[in-house]
Design a protein around this ligand. Structure first.
Ligand SMILES: [Zn+2]
Length: 574
């Protein structure tokens, strides 16, 4: 009977990764080297440990996890006693409800899986990782537990030791100041924190809803210590203050974990720090929460759940494209699907998803990663952005060969995506066969609910966007402490979803202009972005002023021209 090693070897032969002769050699070497045949192949440098692990995952029918690209959650990992982790070569990765996902070198060892189940007191789902990576990760997790006060045992120990000498991390004023700065930023919903020293003071600013606002900062004299603390948190070089550095860390806040990216740049007055607060996977929304019109939400969900194809989000920087794509990705993420993201930089982390980061300086571009990843049998690929011909072509090819490809393009509106792909020399027939839909979007500021009052819009805006029709609950924020006096708090998405229908495909086939494709898309039911925004203003969620602001750059002439059509299409749909 064949053992798991033979199955793996047969698979590798079938895939053409090794030849029968190499297997015969390996079998001979295996007995003299006293190792398994796959190990003999690795030692002879015919294949890598990774190839074997991926093969093993396939024959075991469990997902493969690359731990090098996975941020280990020490709290979950440390639920397993070290002795068992070492013995089983296993590491818990994350925990959802009463199911723990555990990375193992040999997930088919059911005795060990049973043991894990009873020790973790939860059901266990296994994924497979390279044994070497697992051992390194286990080593790291338990050494971190030993040195960091956040580990439970160490914390209990510290609490028990009344005469805790030296720097008590919890009470250190610098630590407290940093925690307060980040905690307050999270509370106020800031996306970035700027800590900038100048001659006389330390300037602290938060970016809230896209706008920088000043806050009372710590004294300038604390600046070097604050920077040191942030460097410690982000694992940066403490001795280096003359070169830009960047890194990231995880910050526990209100029962959630925030991913914080740190960028430090030397200036004449000292090191300038920018922290970007990324929503961890907890902040992710479901499709219903994106604020799409129910009909559009249903269409979008339909596109996301297609077996393959390319789904794009378009808009300028800061229009919420990443959130839309990640919402789609988390909808698809499950242990049965191999999901990969290629980003620059990695913004949001999801359990089970492999995130890789582009580094153009060392030749790791979107295109090189995409090509490499396609050899690893992914189901879903999120490409942060399509910026060049090569990436566009490989992404389309991936969509045509049975993969689900999610990506963004920097274009003004949804129909513009087709024109951009053509600029990238993608042939019309390939675009038509691969592309399933494009979501165009912007973010509009949300009227502050604490100080909102009914207010009709100005006649000129009403004329421009609503054809003079003032029905609805138009509102503005008067300004209150909750919104810092600005009348807006938070943001909401304004969308247009172009579903690739036969009429649109026919236009693409004839190389129609972006404007014509837009017209046809609207005629066949796409509710344009500005109309979605106008609806949201009518509901009092935002204002026509905001829609006018974000409409800059949109083809308004075209929008105005199609006003009547849209109104009719809208009524017909309703
Ligand atoms: Zn307010």
């Amino acid at each position: 009977m064949l053992g798991p090693d033979e199955f793996v070897i047969n698979l590798l032969v079938e895939q053409g990764q090794i030849t029968a002769e190499q297997v015969a050699d390996a079998n001979r070497n295996a007995s003299s080297w006293r190792c398994s045949s796959p190990q003999a192949l690795i030692r002879a440098k015919i294949i890598t440990a990774r190839d074997v692990a991926i093969g093993r995952a396939m024959v075991s029918e469990v997902p493969f996890v690359d731990l090098d690209n996975y941020e280990i959650d020490v709290q979950v990992a440390s639920l397993l006693p070290r002795t068992l982790a070492d013995k089983a070569v296993a590491l818990p990765l994350f925990n959802v409800g009463d199911v723990t996902t555990v990375a193992m070198a040999d997930p088919l060892d059911l005795g060990i899986v049973d043991r894990l189940r009873s020790v973790l007191r939860s059901d266990v789902v296994t994924v497979l990782a390279e044994p070497e990576q697992l051992r390194t990760a286990i080593e790291r997790v338990y050494s971190l537990m030993g040195s960091r006060p956040m580990a439970r045992e160490a914390a209990a120990e510290a609490a028990a030791t009344a005469s805790f000498t030296g720097r008590n991390v919890e009470q250190d004023p610098i630590v407290a100041a940093v925690n307060q700065i980040i905690g307050r930023a999270a509370e106020e919903g800031a996306s970035d924190v700027h800590l900038s020293p100048d001659e006389a003071e330390l300037c602290l600013r938060y970016r809230i809803d896209g706008i920088l606002v000043g806050r009372q900062g710590p004294p300038l004299s604390n600046h070097p210590a604050l920077v040191q603390r942030l460097k410690v948190m982000a694992n940066l070089d403490l001795t280096q203050s003359r070169r830009p550095q960047d890194g990231k860390f995880r910050f526990p806040w209100n029962g959630r974990t925030l991913d914080v990216r740190v960028s430090i740049i030397p200036t004449v007055y000292g090191e300038n720090v920018v922290l970007r607060l990324l929503s961890g996977s907890h902040g992710l929304r479901r499709i219903e929460d994106l604020g799409l019109h129910p009909v559009v939400a249903e269409e979008f969900s339909g596109l996301v759940h297609r077996a393959h194809g390319m789904l794009l989000a378009t808009g300028p920087t800061g229009s919420g494209k990443t959130t839309t794509l990640y919402t789609a990705l988390s909808e698809l993420n499950s242990p049965e699907r191999h999901c990969v993201t290629i980003e620059d930089p990695v913004e949001i982390r999801l359990p089970l998803v492999r995130h890789v980061q582009v580094n153009a300086e060392i030749g790791l571009t979107f295109a090189t990663f995409l090509r490499a990843i396609l050899r690893q049998d992914p189901d879903v690929i999120l490409v942060g952005e399509i910026r060049d011909e090569e990436t566009a072509r490989i992404a389309i090819q991936a969509a045509l060969t049975g993969h689900m490809v999610l990506s963004t393009l920097h274009t003004n509106d949804a129909p513009g995506a087709v024109a951009r792909l053509m600029d990238f020399q993608c042939p019309a027939f390939a675009i038509n066969a691969a592309l399933t839909g494009v979501m165009g979007q912007r973010l509009a500021r949300r009227v502050c609910t604490s100080c909102a009052v009914p207010m009709p819009p100005s006649p000129s805006l009403l004329k421009r966007f609503c054809a003079g029709d003032s029905t609805g609950q138009f509102r503005v924020g008067r300004g209150c402490p909750q919104c810092g006096g600005g009348g807006y708090r938070g943001r909401l998405g304004v969308y247009e979803l172009m579903v690739m229908q036969p009429v649109i495909r026919a236009a693409v086939e004839k190389s129609a202009s972006a404007a014509l494709i837009r017209r046809i898309a609207i005629e066949s039911g796409m509710n344009p972005m500005w109309a979605d925004g106008t609806d949201k203003a009518r509901m009092g969620l935002t204002t026509l002023e905001e829609i006018a602001r974000i409409a800059a750059g949109m083809d308004l002439e075209d929008s105005a021209a199609s006003l009547v059509t849209v109104g009719e299409a809208g009524r017909a749909a309703a």
